[in-house]
Design a protein around this ligand. Structure first.
Ligand code: CP
Length: 309
């Protein structure tokens, strides 16, 4: 059986293009399983126990991982930091080692600090899957995004993808850039100067501050949420002004030179980065992204579980 080149999924940075293709081919098979009319489950991870430990809020990622684990027949335990002994001062390593003492094999973790998943992988025995670490990486989101582009167009190579919005605070942006570049896409970022990191050119992406120019260039626009919870200072005068300059509405979409595909990782702030008529339009594949998330996460967990220690 083909194997991933890594024992943990800490970021797209640790994956090769072959790893990503293997994840996609495996996800194709799991998508067929999920689309079966009756038994949408396989026994592949029957002997495995997986802990989902979330130190930060999540709807899509947490539910998607839990569904993926259950569809693979793994035993699942869920841990939310807000209702745990973390509030009594327990360290991350102690918390996870206590969970592992209960014979857990794999840990899926979301954490507000960049590097938390990598740190944990060096200090505990279990395999670690990064479900988002601060403003650093969100590898399964990037994989499901690229998989959705591949599903729509047949291939990612050569496609022009613009990522719009709060690039500075976005783990989705960094993981998407790394993943799309690995697969041969052309990538552009678009947003106010204050929300585009200065180092971004080193990642091989184009920068455009004019939304209409960016949208006329691309095949796919991935519209990001403004991450107000990560903004310690004001990066633009008001949300209203941001929306005027960088919000995507139906009039703009209909005025473009060609029909583009609209993506969003969620959660959406309707009326800020994207209007409802765009989010719900036939050009939007937002719910396809969510659907594909389960198959991608099944593929990641299945392939990691196949690793010899
Ligand atoms: N896209 C994403 O990570 O959403 P959640 O924060 O709801 O998991």
């Amino acid at each position: 059986m083909a194997e991933l080149s890594t024992r943990h999924l800490l970021g797209i940075k640790g994956l090769t293009a072959q790893d990503i293709e293997l994840i996609f081919e495996t996800a194709d098979r799991f998508k067929d399983v999920l689309n079966q009319p009756q038994i949408r489950k396989v026994p592949s991870l029957r002997d495995l126990t997986i802990a989902n430990i979330f130190f930060e809020n999540s709807t899509r990622t947490r539910l998607s991982f839990e569904l993926a684990e259950k569809r693979l027949s793994a035993d699942v335990v869920n841990f939310a930091a807000s209702s745990s002994s973390v509030s009594k001062g327990e360290t991350l390593i102690d918390t996870v080692n206590n969970i592992l003492a209960m014979k857990v094999d794999m840990v899926v973790m979301r954490h507000p600090y960049a590097g938390a998943a990598t740190f944990l992988s060096k200090h505990v025995k279990a395999q670690i899957v990064n479900a988002g670490d601060g403003a650093h990486e969100h590898p399964t989101q990037a994989l499901l995004d690229a998989f959705s582009i591949r599903e729509k167009y047949g291939d990612v190579a050569g496609k022009k993808v613009v990522i719009v919005g709060d690039i500075l605070h976005s783990r989705v942006a960094l993981s998407n850039i790394l993943c799309l570049k690995q697969l041969g896409a052309e990538v552009m970022v678009c947003g106010p100067t204050t929300l585009i990191p200065k180092y971004i050119g080193a990642l091989g992406v184009q920068v455009e501050h004019n939304l209409i120019k960016a949208l006329n260039w691309c095949d796919v626009a991935n519209m990001l949420r403004i991450q107000l919870e990560r903004q310690d200072i004001k990066y633009f005068p008001s949300l209203r002004e941001y929306t005027m300059l960088y919000g995507l509405n139906k009039d703009i979409l209909d005025s473009l030179d060609k029909e583009i595909t609209v993506m969003h990782p969620g959660p959406i702030n309707r009326g800020v980065e994207i209007t409802s008529d765009v989010a719900d339009s036939k050009q939007s594949i937002i719910l396809d992204q969510v659907e594909n998330g389960v198959a991608i996460r099944m593929a990641v967990l299945y392939l990691l579980a196949g690793q010899t220690p």
